[in-house]
Design a protein around this ligand. Sequence first.
Ligand code: 6R9
Length: 567
Amino acid sequence: MSNFGLYEDRVRNFEWSVAEKELEYTDGNVLNIGWYCSDRICLKGKADKTALFYEGFGGIKKQYSFNDIRLAGNTIGNFLRNIGIKNEDRVCLFLDRIPELYFSFLGVLKIGAIVQPLFSAFGDESLFVRLENAQTKAIITQRKHLSKVRKVLERLPNLEFIVIVDHNKTKKLESRELPFSLQESKPVENFEIYPTRAESPSVLHYTSGTTGQPKGVKHVHYSIISQYLTAKWVLDLQEDDIYWCTADPGWVTGTSYGIIGPWSLGITQCVLDAGFSAQAWYKFIEDYRITMWYSAPTAIRSLMKAGEDIVSDFDLSSLRHLASVGEPLNSEAVIWSQKMFGKLFHDTFWQTETGSIMITNFPGMKVKPGSMGKSFPGITGVVLDAKKYEPITEPGQVGLIAFKPGWPAMMRSYWNNEEKYREKFINGWYLTGDRSSIDSEGYFWFVGRDDDVINTGGHLVSPFEVESALLEHPAVGESAVVAKPDEINMEVVKAFITLKPGFNPGPDLELEIMNFIRKKLSPIAMPQSIEYMEKLPKTRSGKIMRRLLHAKEWGEDIGDISTLEND
Ligand code: 6R9
């Protein structure tokens, strides 16, 4: 039995209080995400149910029940409280995807402190700007990342504690460093959870914009209302599901839907901390009999690139529902997944700032491959005219994606940056910075970031459209399309591509691909230039960094590249 219901019915009768009721929350009461994701599930009789199947490098396997994660959260919370961490202090998680990362997330929230997750692959300077901006008081990390923390410590007077979860007793501790071992600590059974309320701050996620330093997106405990309901209806999580969210909690997807969504529903989830390979991923699905899989287009394209033969080496029949987020999901990928797994990837659109899924292919709804779907029930999503900032009513016209503020998981501010926060609102709308059109049935068709659309000779060309078309060429593995300066047309289309195995770069192939696009789309959309690459530059969350390629073409400064995957 599915639990999402009919989209139209959900829209008609929608109230966020549905989630409040199911979570037994009443306005004004205590609301703590850490408690909701562990203690409450135990109180509901699921203490022994598996909360986490973990697999790390070298095949390390671990399994934790909801009672285990409740105790681990308590124990870490207790440790932090004893060293003097108070409510609203910022505690950074600078950890690989090890179990302590997930438990610390709960522990920090349980004492009312603000959790600041960062990718452990960040270099010292990226780490520094975020810790400085948030005036972070403690960082929880592993030995392997210690050298980066030590390097910036002197410049961070507010950073009082460096908690090392895998301290080796033969090694000397330096200033401000404290060892903490979950295995060696006595589990804390009874713990006084800090009485956070709906508007108490919870998570601080840093996100890179087009200009300036990364911004800290501040969320509050009330976000759980959105995350719970979207996880239930969009990801369609059900009691017996084995769920796999492939995102790292350094990215909002890895917290909203890699911790809060599934665990607030009492769902078993899996974590694989072993890098990407098609073989390893398929094996993981087979081994754990994964039923619900939430991933990202880049990963899907990488799987596509690995080929079809490999799919048949595994039993993937457990898969029941698939969803994707983070960047445009090309129709090709949707069709491919249907062919490979007998299931469509359901696209979802949202942002660090929105905290939860905003536009989606609701389960059960007709999927139009290439479209992001419709607004989640209770969300008013529109596209605005870029001059007057008024909603465009005509179907098919491209405008700025905007939402009516007021959903529970909406960010409450940018940390220490009220001005940038205010810039996100106009005429009572929250501006996403993305462009899309909406068709006559209310489906959103993504065009690009507000700053990505190519204007060639007065014609707007969507990089996404060209990229999708390029992927349909048999030689193309991945593609990224940016504007290139041109004397006559101002801008023309330039494509960066990687090739599938067995294809050789060269002028003949280049011409062939250009022609392919000219025929498929139009002479305007045809790339005037194609550059072969071994690998496209990507962020750690898997988005192609078009900005980098764009800057290269325009001879501009490349700005903050701290989230670059292969730096
Ligand atoms: C969750 C997340 C947000 C930006 C967003 C847009 C892009 C996200 C997308 C998508 C096309 C989708 N984006 N989902 N573009 N189709 N389904 O990704 O948060 O890292 O803050 O990125 O990602 O440009 O504005 P975040």
